[in-house]
Design a protein around this ligand. Structure first.
Ligand SMILES: Cc1ncc(C[n+]2csc(CCOP(=O)(O)OP(=O)(O)O)c2C)c(N)n1
Ligand SMILES: [Mg+2]
Length: 369
């Protein structure tokens, strides 16, 4: 194992009595189903991309499934969630219909953002998912804003509910100024937001130690803003739940922020075109030995005896069909009609007759340039 790989394995002792011990089998089986769905969905996403059914940038979540599934299991369905561009897993774990997620990538009107957002911009307002953001770190001030809104609605407008916002980001995004400004305000204002770093050790091709001197102790970055931070093994969904649940509950009750460094790994390239010259194949293979889905399946089959190997196979078959249906739904859905979709739900929505986009798309010189 390389130094980088070795340094991310030790993430603190497991509590003797685990919170997950008291959860019913059905809950954990549900997590296995969600994680398997995300993986299968991403496999089919890669296929569709290589068949030119999906355009634009596309980043898959394979290897990181326990992060979204484990943390989202700790909060309420109406707690606000925001993430970066590697967002299909969060969307599915949050409850987005796989067909709407796939159709979004296919650029179809039935997609969650009417096919206008694509892979990096999964939005689902009914499920309190506020994107999907393509600019590295851009979601971090928005995460603070979601928490500010929740706090304001309760303390000033008198609404009952205490909420906690989850803001996911990559390890590379920690080096962005936006993150530090957001953290500063979160600490200063006591905002109920949890910054969850999906630390897969790489930012595109840059290994984490090449981007920061604090790679082995990311929570120290949060400490600089007076925010409590911990590191958790993000390949073990039980561990994610056991350690994240008390943090989520405390941030909600005490109306304060937290920082969580989830050690995870992406099995595939950064995006669809990545020759991966920056890491050894052996490193990838070694991490796969502790695959999060296999770990949970083994727990359910061998320790809990809640599932048989045949049950697992049946679940995989059922999920394959769900994803096949999602692809078919996307393929069979129409593209968004030019009128009115070209101009609706976009920032630049100019007066009729004065539309720079309209002129530009008709071949005239773009007046914005
Ligand atoms: C502000 C900005 N700079 C650069 C990029 C190009 N870029 C896209 S992803 C990425 C790496 C981010 O890595 P990380 O935050 O670790 O997330 P991961 O892809 O590993 O999930 C970069 C540099 C961008 N999208 N936005
Ligand atoms: Mg990363």
């Amino acid at each position: 194992m390389t130094t980088a790989a070795a340094s991310t394995r030790q993430t603190g002792a497991r509590p003797r009595k685990r919170l997950t011990d008291s959860l019913p089998d059905e809950t954990l089986i549900g997590w296995l189903r969600d994680m398997t769905l995300i993986r299968e969905f991403e496999v089919r996403t890669m296929q569709a991309y290589s068949n030119a059914k999906i355009g634009g940038f596309c980043h898959v979540y394979i290897g990181e499934e326990a992060c979204a599934v484990g943390t989202l299991a700790c909060v309420n369905p109406d707690d606000p969630v925001i993430t970066a561009y590697r967002d299909h897993g969060h969307a599915l774990a949050r409850g987005m219909d796989p067909g709407a997620c796939m159709a979004e990538m296919f650029g179809r009107i039935t997609g969650c953002a009417k096919g206008k957002g694509g892979s990096m911009h999964m939005f689902d307002r009914p499920h309190w998912l506020f994107g999907g953001h393509g600019i590295v770190g851009a979601q971090t001030p928005l995460g603070a804003g979601l928490a500010f809104a929740a706090k304001y609605q309760r303390e000033v407008l008198g609404q009952d509910q205490k909420k906690v916002a989850l803001c996911y980001l990559g390890d590379g995004a920690l080096n962005q100024g936006a993150f530090h400004e957001a953290m500063n305000l979160a600490g200063l204002f006591g905002l109920p937001v949890i910054y969850i770093v999906e630390n897969n050790r790489y930012s595109m091709g840059t290994e984490i130690h090449r981007g920061t001197t604090m790679a082995d102790d990311l929570p120290k970055k949060a400490a600089a803003y007076g925010v409590e931070g911990v590191t958790i093994d993000g390949m073990d969904v039980l561990e994610v739940y056991d350690r994240f649940k008390p943090i989520a509950d405390a941030c909600r009750e005490e109306v304060r922020p937290a920082f969580v460094d989830l050690h995870t790994y992406r099995y595939h390239g950064h995006s669809m075109s990545d020759p991966q010259k920056y890491r050894a194949k052996e490193e990838v293979e070694e991490v796969k030995q502790r695959d999060s889905i296999d770990l949970l399946a083994a727990h359910l089959i061998e320790e809990r005896k809640a599932l048989t190997p045949d049950d697992r196979k049946a679940m995989q078959q059922e999920i394959k069909k769900i994803v096949r249906d999602a692809v078919r739904f996307a393929e069979e859905s129409p593209e968004p009609p030019v009128e009115p979709e070209l101009y609706s739900d976009v920032y630049l929505n100019p007066q009729p007759g004065l539309s720079p986009i309209r002129e530009y798309t008709r071949g005239a010189k773009n007046p914005l340039l």
